[in-house]
Design a protein around this ligand. Structure first.
Ligand code: PAF
Length: 286
């Protein structure tokens, strides 16, 4: 595995790979890698002959009061894990390589509307930061395919919209969420949880599964079902930001003919914000 920390070095390496005619898969990350990330690396291998990963804790996607400084950084562990996962190139840039004119002066890329809903409503500017850094990384790596975990469902959809709107020639693949044995979705932020919070945390997934089952039983999405899910989370000790059932394809509110749905939630446990979602399909529309 070649580790590169400059834009010039990455461009050179990518040109070399492309000259060799290799199909390139790309997996961007912010590090503190867990089994979910490594699953993405293994999946990437199914799509291409060369796998490029990046580790960059992107300041643009953190709000002023968020955990940018505290975000876990474990480069030594991450490099060993990526090497073992068969990654060919690792890009670990510094801020001045990513945003040479400064992070606040950099041109931004934003998908309107959906960026400000669901998680976007609670984290203003977050998705603008995500699409901006992913655009920049795609421009540098020029991958044939890029893989994203579906735990960050809204992020995955926004990146699909960005690449479609801008005509970027990259296939965006969503990969199933990897869970702990008790159902908790793997996340780099899980390590913030105290031992007690860790025991409570799987209730987020359980609540979404119950919401899904209720919608499937009744054949309809109701405000009451979402409100009951919020109450159930509160009873368990969460502070929910939202629970919502949306259409899979565009995260719009479902209409009566829609069958492919996803229940999404974000909720705080102490100082940790957890997100999760469950996709499901109705036999007939709602
Ligand atoms: O999902 C993440 O880890 C980040 O949002 C991403 C896609 C690497 C952009 O910084």
């Amino acid at each position: 595995m070649i580790t590169i920390d400059t834009v010039a070095g990455l461009k050179e390496q990518m040109a070399r790979l492309r000259q060799g005619g290799k199909r390139i898969a790309f997996v961007p990350t912010m590090g503190k890698l867990h089994a979910g990330h490594l699953h993405l690396m293994h999946e990437a291998r199914q799509y291409a002959q060369a796998v490029v990963a990046s580790i960059y804790v992107n300041p643009l996607q953190f709000g002023a009061n968020e955990d940018f400084d505290a975000y876990p950084r474990t480069p030594g562990h991450d490099k060993v894990a990526l090497l073992a996962a068969g990654v060919n190139v690792l890009f670990m840039p510094r801020d001045d390589e990513m945003y040479p004119r400064g992070r606040d002066a950099h041109t931004v890329v934003e998908v309107p509307c959906l960026s400000n809903e669901l998680c976007g409503a609670f984290r203003p500017g977050h998705f603008r930061g995500v699409t901006t850094v992913v655009y920049r990384l795609f421009d540098l790596v020029a991958p044939d395919v890029a893989l994203f975990g579906k735990k960050d469902y809204q992020q995955w959809l926004l990146i699909r919209l960005m690449t479609a709107d801008l005509g970027m020639p990259v296939e965006i693949v969503g990969v199933e969420t990897v869970r702990e044995t008790d159902g908790l979705a793997m996340s780099s932020r899980n390590h913030y949880l105290s031992a007690t919070e860790r025991q409570t945390a799987p209730h987020l997934y359980m609540t979404l599964c119950s919401l899904r089952d209720r919608v499937l039983r009744h054949g309809s999405v109701t405000g009451e079902a979402e409100a009951a899910a919020i109450e159930s989370l509160k009873t368990q000790g969460f502070r929910p930001d939202y629970v919502s059932v949306r259409r899979q394809d565009d995260l719009a509110m479902p209409r009566s003919e829609d069958k492919r749905l996803v229940a999404l939630a974000a909720a705080w446990l102490g100082k940790t914000r957890l997100i999760d979602n469950v996709e499901f399909e109705l036999k007939t529309g709602i």
